[in-house]
Design a binder for this molecule. Structure first.
Ligand code: 5AD
Ligand code: SF4
Length: 485
């Protein structure tokens, strides 16, 4: 599929990005203003995000553009412009979107001027776009992962035309920086350090929908983080599909460890997280950087996928069970209080009872703080989709339930290990359920609820963890005790 739009705009406009998009934001603003005068009320938008942290970050950029385009954000789909940022990593993500589209159609019947837009990973699949064109003709705009920066231009097109606008690109043409973005929290932010993935794990659709690995320049990342810090951000989450291979393809190669040292030196930043690490690329240099950089949280998400060396080979993961266990040992030797989380797939083609037992064995040996478990889902174009010996659904489901019970049991035991210690907590919000309480996160990302008020939001507070509740803690601010309050 190419980037040809149904409706081409021919106007005298800046050719360079991001200027071209700022031009369209202004054009949208004027148009929206006219529409508002006509209708007598503000025009609203709503963005719903499906999927991972990368999509969540993309949605912040999309919302930033829509605000600049003059629309007001609202809290649900009863809006004039609804945008779904979709995921396709497993088939149930796609089914969810189709399900929601039915609901959007009923809303559009009530508000015929409503515009419906779809973007993100699922739209990179030609069969999906075909189905939308054929069966969901009430959709107004479709675009992919490589041109989200173009939303202002596409929105203008969509507001001024009646036909469905489709603009999906095969690959990234440019990395466009310096567009507006809004954040859910003023004190923490995701930062993309790389896009795409080159690993082609045999089950995974990501390399097909997000394209080849592209690292951002070190200086661009650092200046974004400095800007965030001067705007009050205390925590950054460095985002990429495979952060451990950051910088390998740059003209002047830089390692991820080096990036961590540099981010650690940015004044104002107090916590650094990153996601996701591939075990095959996790070097001793990176372990040392995690140990030495005081701001790097002691949390590592290290997807295992399977504990069977035979299955790992077919998955194209490039490590064995023993190498994974050895890596965990080296990490724990360097950072004893590290919190380890993982992803595991059950029911990969050809997985036998013995293979599954190997997975359980790794889970029992490592004792993850938490694990996301997934039933294998066949994805178009991937190597695994063509494999024989697809595991019957009932067998996979039974294994899945067994694994889930095991990881939950271990997680509830592991979670309590910091009880009675004092830990720094970044306070995120007032607690919805209990008046007079706030909620925040530990370095290992676990939630803590403790007595406090809105003035603490955005601050890092020392909290004594008094009760472990399985997947969260109840605590008491040490600040309060010192003050004698
Ligand atoms: N089926 C099931 N789970 C998958 N994942 C990726 N592709 C598939 C698939 N086809 C899981 C992996 C990955 C996480 C983001 O999603 O565990 O780490
Ligand atoms: Fe998918 Fe593997 Fe790339 Fe992760 S590393 S995005 S699982 S191909």
């Amino acid at each position: 599929m190419t980037g040809k739009m149904y409706n081409e705009i021919t106007l005298d406009l800046p050719l360079q990005e991001p200027d071209r998009q700022y031009y369209y934001m202004e054009k949208c603003r004027r148009h929206v203003h006219e529409l508002e005068k006509e209708k007598g009320h503000a025009l609203t938008f709503f963005v719903r995000t499906f999927g991972c942290q990368m999509n969540a970050r993309d949605s912040e950029k999309l919302r930033g553009i829509l605000l600049q385009a003059g629309l007001k954000e609202c809290e649900n789909e009863e809006a004039d412009f609804v945008l779904y940022n979709t995921c396709t990593v497993r088939d149930n993500a796609n089914q969810k979107v189709y399900g929601h589209l039915g609901y959007l159609q009923t809303l559009k019947k009530k508000n015929p001027a409503m515009k419906i837009a779809l973007c993100g990973c699922m739209m990179q699949e030609p069969l999906v776009v075909e189905r939308i064109k054929k069966s969901y003709c009430f959709v107004d705009l479709v675009f992919g992962t490589h041109n989200i920066y173009k939303l202002a231009e596409l929105l203008y097109c969509c507001l001024t035309e009646k036909k469905m606008v489709v603009d999906v690109w095969d690959s990234a043409k440019a990395v466009v920086e310096d567009l507006p973005a809004v954040r859910k929290y003023p004190f923490k932010s995701g930062v993309n350090i790389m896009y795409g993935c080159n690993n082609f794990c045999s089950y995974c659709i990501v390399p097909y929908v997000r394209g080849r690995e592209r690292s951002r320049d070190l200086e661009d990342i650092l200046s974004e983080i400095r800007r965030l810090a001067s705007g009050g951000v205390k925590e950054v989450m460095l985002l990429g599909q495979n952060v451990n291979s950051y910088g390998k393809t740059l003209a002047k190669p830089v390692s991820f460890a080096e990036l961590l040292y540099q981010v650690n030196a940015v004044e104002g930043i107090e916590r650094i997280r990153f996601m996701t690490s591939h075990p095959k690329d996790l070097s001793d240099g990176l372990i040392a950087a995690m140990r030495d950089c005081k701001k790097v949280c002691h949390h590592l998400h290290l997807p295992l996928q399977s504990g069977s060396s035979r299955i790992l080979k077919v998955m194209n993961r490039c490590y064995t069970k023993e190498q994974y266990l050895d890596l965990v040992e080296r990490i724990r030797a360097a950072i004893p209080d590290i919190s380890l989380t993982t992803d595991i797939i059950v029911g990969f083609p050809g997985e036998t009872k013995e293979d599954f037992e190997e997975t359980l064995d790794v889970v029992q040996k490592v004792r993850f703080d938490s694990a996301f478990t997934f039933l294998y889902s066949k994805r178009a174009k991937t190597a695994a989709a063509e494999m024989e010996n697809q595991v019957p659904e009932a067998v996979a489901k039974e294994r899945f339930d067994r694994l889930l019970r095991e990881v939950q049991q271990i997680a509830s035991e592991v979670c309590g290990r910091d009880v009675n210690t004092v830990q720094p907590v970044l306070v995120e919000c007032e607690n919805d359920h209990q008046a007079g309480y706030v909620s925040g996160r530990l370095g290992n990302n676990l939630l803590v609820h403790f007595p406090g008020d809105a003035s603490l939001v955005g601050q890092i507070v020392p909290v004594r963890l008094t009760n472990a509740k399985g997947f969260y803690y109840i605590g008491k601010s040490e600040k309060e005790t010192e003050d004698g309050r």
